[in-house]
Design a protein around this ligand. Sequence first.
Ligand SMILES: Cc1cc2nc3c(=O)[nH]c(=O)nc-3n(C[C@H](O)[C@H](O)[C@H](O)COP(=O)(O)OP(=O)(O)OC[C@H]3O[C@@H](n4cnc5c(N)ncnc54)[C@H](O)[C@@H]3O)c2cc1C
Length: 293
Amino acid sequence: MESPLDLTPKKFDYYEPTSLNEAIQLLETKEEAKVMAGGQSLLALMKLRLAAPKSIVDITKLEGLSYIKEENGYLAIGALTIHDMIELSPVIKEKYTLLSDAASKIGDQQIRNRGTIGGSACHADPAADLPTALVAADASFVAQGPKGQRIIPSGDFFVDIFTPALEHDEVLTEIRLPNSPPHSASGYIKHSRREGDFAITSCGVVLTTGRGNTCEDVRIALGSVASTPLRFMNAENYLRGKALDDKTIIEASNQKPEGANPPSDMHGSKEYRMEMIKVFTKRSLKLALGRVK
Ligand SMILES: Cc1cc2nc3c(=O)[nH]c(=O)nc-3n(C[C@H](O)[C@H](O)[C@H](O)COP(=O)(O)OP(=O)(O)OC[C@H]3O[C@@H](n4cnc5c(N)ncnc54)[C@H](O)[C@@H]3O)c2cc1C
């Protein structure tokens, strides 16, 4: 009989493809196959027997999926790029700061050395840091499968809790972040009890200012308050065209976050989390505003 304390995953077949085509073929043909990247989320689920794939397709031997490159109009990040590289990348720190803010807050150094941005996106945990930052940054997601390549916008990628918009035989290969116009800056703040814990709530902001310190454009995403990262549309709509002073920022943060329905659990009640949305939206807006050059 299985012991409830047994933290060994169920038996599975292990494959280590060396090309993307081979990986896709394995996903297509092997029984209940699942991609494994850093294994930092998947292995934990398997040990807890919350996931029991019959076949594991470990993609970490695939060449050319770990990079951060400036392309014409966007930044391209390979799906196997680890959190530590995102945190420390000079171009991300300078131009996509909310992503390095988010990556720096993930778990601990060991997890940041193994976990990948693609794995974090595909795991689609609404309490995770990078998915919320990616929605605020209006990222798009490049998936490769037997039928070829497709590009999924951030608004469509996170379908539900732990559910990305990928077919079982598709591999996420790249994440693209559009360039921001001049006078833009971003910030991400996570609220957690202890450093490295998952977010009680979190907020990512990308802000573009216009003449006289007005808000020309803004995207705000909230983490840990719904089954997917949630755009805070009412706050965005309130801010556009207004002067970015304290009063406006507080008013924007106090707007109703449509779709927010955070759980009550040992980390905080629903009411507490709803209050924290206001606090962390305000702080993240101020953080981004303070970074505009
Ligand atoms: C103790 C601990 C603390 C953590 N704390 C935090 C935290 O504070 N904040 C946070 O955001 N995260 C946290 N994490 C999760 C961590 O960020 C993981 O690295 C991340 O969620 C998954 O990345 P991975 O590369 O390890 O993916 P894996 O675990 O290998 O895979 C995760 C899922 O994505 C799928 N997948 C992976 N890559 C691809 C791909 N390229 N294409 C298609 N499907 C793919 C897998 O099939 C699986 O379903 C923590 C994890 C642990 C163990």
